[in-house]
Design a protein around this ligand. Structure first.
Ligand SMILES: Cc1c2[nH]c(c1CCC(=O)O)Cc1[nH]c(c(CCC(=O)O)c1C)Cc1[nH]c(c(CCC(=O)O)c1C)Cc1[nH]c(c(C)c1CCC(=O)O)C2
Length: 361
């Protein structure tokens, strides 16, 4: 037995709805998965994680595999997303940080100036070998369900490193950006290298698609996004495209004004939060690149609507599916991650509803 079977014979993914939709084809039904589908909304997740700190869990291949598979088994979603975190590559590279439950990533020595940027360690593939091992385990378990790998985009990672933790206003981050652009760009260049290396490891181990999370980019004006962020995100998408032709998804929260610019970074699919209807998003994305094929979108059910009772959820799912027909392809998702107190049974019903409503004969 060798441990590296050729990719082409490993699994038959040619008809996987997620991959067909991402490429602008006609899937047999609209694919659906949920950001943060693996996590605290599931009792089996809470049991599996008991006693293991988050970042340690992300470096334990058996546990990563089990937690990644849980929502696939339970909900019948059209994709698994690797159980990991956007700050994991920084932690693995030696940055002092922790994920504090109920808060998020907390950094011990926030970045203040050029010396801190120079001292930021770069990621070596060997430091995330357990992630590669987890991906290999998963692709052997997943059959015809694609596995999405992911990483954090440079701006969102920079925000955690500069603020020292989650931030509402990102004031330190914006201060560095505007007062010392040279240091800012040096920081984002380093973070782009780390992100690209983390994605290279996941792609080398066999993920079938990637999502680049720029969760907090919506805090920026379009002008600042274009000048201080876009070139670095674009370099990541170009780097991934050189490695593989797997679909690439780009997502951020509150990015209504940035959607067109985010498309020009080079993803195949743009994730949209609930603030912008998908048909409006399609128009904005199309205007950004009028020469290219109709844009493919992902989204965008408000995760809070899952608390409104089934009738409201059903109405919203139908509205979103109708608006999504304006796109060159639609991957159904929430507009941001599953909230921890969500009833998992509602998620299962959403998957069934999307599948039955969109099934092609
Ligand atoms: C901003 C961001 C982070 N991490 C991530 C983002 C981008 C996505 C987004 O915008 O939500 C990405 C992420 N983090 C996690 C995943 C798992 C895959 C999935 O199911 O989507 C993904 C894709 C697991 C996780 N990452 C984290 C948890 C919770 C850890 C726990 O169970 O205690 C999980 C399941 C921790 C984390 N890590 C981070 C936050 C804000 C938190 C939540 C803190 C809290 O409320 O406890 C940083």
């Amino acid at each position: 037995m060798t441990n590296s079977a050729p990719v082409s014979t490993r699994r038959d993914l040619a008809d996987a709805p997620l991959l067909v939709a991402a490429r602008g084809g006609q899937p047999r039904h609209t694919p659906v998965w949920f950001m943060r589908q693996a996590g605290r909304s599931l009792p089996e997740y809470r049991r599996a994680r008991e006693g293991t700190p988050m970042l340690q869990a992300c470096l334990t291949p058996d546990l990563v595999s089990e937690i990644t598979l849980q929502p696939v088994r339970r909900h019948g979603v059209d994709a698994a997303i690797l159980f990991s975190d956007i700050v994991l590559p920084l932690y693995a590279a030696g940055v002092g940080l922790d994920i504090v439950a109920g808060t998020g990533p907390v950094v011990s020595n926030p970045i203040e100036g050029p010396a801190d940027v120079s001292a930021l360690p770069s990621l070596d593939a060997g430091q995330v070998e357990p992630v590669a091992e987890a991906v290999r385990l998963l692709v052997s378990e997943l059959g015809s369900t694609p596995l999405i790998g992911f990483a954090g985009a440079p701006f969102t990672l920079a925000s955690y490193l500069v603020e020292g933790g989650p931030s509402r206003n990102h004031e330190r981050t914006k201060a560095l950006m505007h007062s010392d652009p040279k240091t800012w760009h040096a920081l984002l260049e380093k973070l782009a290298d780390t992100t690209l290396e983390f994605l290279r490891v996941q792609i080398g181990a066999g993920v079938d698609a990637i999502q680049l999370f720029d969760s907090w980019a919506g805090a920026l004006s379009l002008r600042d996004y274009r000048e201080f962020v876009l070139p670095h995100s674009r370099r990541i998408f170009e780097g991934v495209a050189e490695l593989s032709d797997i679909p690439k998804i780009h997502f951020g929260v509150g990015t209504g004004e940035l959607l067109g610019a985010m498309r020009t970074a080079g993803p195949d699919v743009v994730g949209v939060d609930w603030r912008v209807p998908l048909d409006t998003a399609v128009a904005r994305l199309g205007a950004a690149e009028p020469e290219s094929a109709k844009p493919v979108v992902q989204g965008n059910l408000d995760p809070a609507v899952l608390f409104a009772g089934w009738d409201a959820v059903e109405r919203e799912v139908h509205r979103i599916l109708a608006e999504g027909r304006e796109a060159g392809g639609h991957i159904f998702n929430l507009g941001h991650g599953v909230l921890p107190t969500t009833d998992p049974e509602i998620l299962t019903r959403v998957v069934e509803l999307v599948h039955t409503t969109t099934a092609q004969r």
